[in-house]
Design a protein around this ligand. Structure first.
Ligand code: AHR
Length: 519
């Protein structure tokens, strides 16, 4: 492929230098490191959809699958290793169909329901409020609960919040006690509806704004638990939704959400998760990177109404969306996950890191068995996807200070219609509290290794590295071969004073660690 060298920041001198050297040059601006990357950027999402909850997270206490209080042991452990910071539940579109009282009390007395939105599957409601909030406690993550605004009442919202969070001598708190939980849970995040412009009620933004104000008013903070209220935000390019919400709801919301999927089309086949061409690969990366201008435009609207950045932007659904795997149930959104998905994960996280003065949370869709999942299960078997490995490698950036970087690298391919350019190399860097610095690098080229010159400045000393790579863009893990794609130690790098030279293999994601020398 004829490559053109491009500057992904304004550094013409470096561009010239890079052209001569034909390598990627990264310059870190450690003195400009300001924003902390919130742990919540690494948020997850679990919906009652397909086998995300039933079979994925939850098998019940009587299952043959090894479990702890009904939660699968293998999945539990994998999620603990990932240190997931926040889990959104019960949907998605399911949330606006869900009536929480169906999911409390003795399990044998809970009514079965039909999950009409997602495949018409019957659910026995054995996973409800207690099971979700106890799971969050086991994982040590914040719950993020979406209220039913589409088909639920204000009273349901008010009572659900009281049930979960009140320690008072109040009707709902007493009902919770009766159901075996004495102390209230801590629930920080609540969503006031989901996709209220679509599956969550087909509303106009003006109407939803009023509904938000009404429902949010009755979602009260009890017993020292302060709610952080999230308004249902726009999809992709619906800038008017953001504008109206910012104008009519403003500071009544703590955050406004945004959904952006790397999806080919909403109206027809989305393409196979594993059987795709290089053309498809570049298109996907272009669509994924297309989130950056979208973010910038929503943020600029938010800045207009809220220059102090008090209202956060939550990208509370993002990720790839392919056709369901052959042989699985339509509407259950079970898809495989390849190196292409790993690239999307890394490039998206690199992008979110840049805007953390406004983006407070991001939740990849979804955690198990649905869309761009961390984990896939089949009966007793489980596998970790390439996306899981990216999240694990990147967890070092959680709660670390973002270091701005300039990069001069090649343009691999213009992905028509979705994003102007896909860079060969993408970078993100951060420094944690103990002074360790982590630099994550992505080489998007499936064919070409790339030398990267990292100008890191004085002080840090190379401490180690980890890599995720494969020979094929569609490499993935299967239940029979669960370790085809996994991380390994990375050593192809050397330091010369304030410069680190790294050779990135084709199709690779690398995180390197640097320790700070004692002064
Ligand atoms: O994540 C799957 C679905 O995508 C969610 O239920 C919905 O909010 C979105 O359209």
């Amino acid at each position: 492929m004829e490559k053109q060298r491009i500057v992904f920041a304004t550094m013409l001198a470096m561009c010239f230098w890079a052209s001569a050297k034909a390598e990627t040059v990264v310059t870190l601006h450690r003195d400009e490191a300001k924003n902390i990357i919130p742990v919540e950027i690494y948020g997850q999402f679990a919906e009652h959809l397909g086998s995300c909850i039933y079979g994925g997270l939850w098998v019940g206490e009587d299952s043959n699958v090894p479990n702890t209080q009904g939660y699968r042991n293998d999945v539990l452990q994998a999620l603990k290793d990932l240190q997931i910071p926040v889990l959104r539940w019960p949907g998605g579109c399911f949330a606006d169909d869900y009536h929480w009282r169906d999911g409390i009390g003795p399990r044998e007395r809970r009514p079965a329901i039909v999950n009409t939105y997602w495949g018409g599957t019957t659910e026995d409601n054995s996973f409800g409020t207690h099971e979700f909030l106890n799971l969050c406690e086991l994982l040590g993550c914040e719950p993020y609960v979406s209220m039913n605004i589409g088909s639920g009442t204000v009273q349901e919202t008010a009572e659900w919040v009281e049930y979960m969070t009140s320690d008072d001598n109040a009707p709902m708190a007493n009902l919770r006690r009766q159901n075996g939980r004495e102390k209230a849970w801590k629930v920080k995040y609540i969503g006031i509806g989901n996709e209220s412009w679509g599956c969550g009620g087909q509303m106009r933004p003006e109407y939803y704004s009023d509904l938000y104000r009404r429902y949010a008013e009755y979602a009260r903070s009890f017993s020292g638990n302060t709610l952080f209220k999230v308004a249902s935000g726009a999809s992709d390019y619906d800038y008017n939704w953001t504008d109206v919400l910012m104008q009519q709801v403003g500071r009544r919301m703590n955050a406004l959400s945004l959904h952006y999927y790397t999806v080919f089309t909403w109206d027809g086949p989305k393409g196979s998760a594993t059987d795709f061409t290089q053309e498809n690969y570049w298109w996907t990366l272009g669509k994924c990177l297309g989130i950056e201008p979208v973010l910038k435009r929503h943020i600029s609207i938010m800045d207009k109404y809220d220059p102090e950045k008090r209202v956060q932007l939550f990208v509370d659904e993002w990720g790839t969306w392919w056709d369901e795997e052959p042989g699985t149930i339509r509407g259950h959104l079970f898809q495989q996950n390849t190196m292409r998905d790993a690239m999307v994960a890394a490039l998206s996280l690199n992008t979110f890191h840049k805007y953390t003065d406004r983006i407070g949370m991001a939740n990849i869709a979804q955690v198990v068995n649905v869309l761009q999942a961390m984990i896939l299960t089949k009966g007793e078997k489980m596998l970790l996807t390439p996306t899981y490995h990216v999240f694990k490698m990147y967890k070092v950036h959680q709660n670390a200070r973002y270091i701005p970087a300039e990069i001069v690298t090649a343009e691999m391919k213009a992905a028509e219609g979705v994003c102007a350019q896909v860079p060969q190399v993408s970078v993100t860097a951060s420094a944690d509290e103990s002074g360790r610095m982590h630099i994550s690098l992505v080489n998007t080229s499936p064919e070409k290794a790339e030398k990267v010159r990292l100008n890191i400045g004085r002080g840090p000393v190379l401490a180690g590295g980890e890599i995720l790579t494969a020979n094929e863009i569609n490499a993935h893990n299967t239940f029979d071969k669960p370790d085809m794609v996994k991380t390994e130690k990375f050593e192809d790098m050397k330091q010369k004073g304030s410069v680190v030279e790294v050779t990135l293999p084709a199709l690779s994601i690398v995180t390197i660690e640097m320790n700070q020398t004692k002064k």
